[in-house]
Unconditional design. Structure first.
Length: 130
């Protein structure tokens, strides 16, 4: 990865390429698509930590600092920042690797609050780390 003023924090959890179907007429990727990718990555990381089913309970403030363009590779980094009894807070960053380049730019970041669920869909304790 080339030098940037800041580096991604957390573990690379998801990579996907932005396609024309994900963009408006000007070629900018919809913010909702970016947020959906962040939610998917949060679900992956939280389910691994909870060793079971999780759902998104909340997303704290999100602001888009840079656009994602068609062809860019969206890279989602996650870090479990805090674990409560049944919930956890994940720090999530979205970075764009610009098309056909090594340039990486942070697009947005947010805290995702995820809740562990049992088989009946009720909140269940997050197990201790193993």
């Amino acid at each position: 990865m080339p030098e940037t003023s800041i580096a991604p924090q957390g573990e690379l959890t998801l990579r996907t390429q932005a396609m024309p179907r994900d963009a408006n007429a000007a070629g900018d990727i919809f913010g909702g698509w970016v947020m959906a990718q962040m939610d998917l990555a949060s679900g992956i990381r939280a389910a691994e930590r909870a060793r079971g089913r999780v759902v998104t309970a909340a997303v704290k403030e999100m602001a888009f600092e840079k656009p994602v363009k068609i062809g860019d590779t969206l890279c989602i980094y996650t870090h479990v920042a805090n674990v409560g009894r049944t919930s956890m807070v994940l720090k999530v960053e979205a970075w764009a690797q610009r098309y056909l380049s090594d340039v990486m730019e942070m697009v947005t970041s947010a805290d995702f609050i995820m809740v562990a669920l049992d088989a009946t869909g009720r909140p269940t304790p997050v197990p201790p780390e193993s």
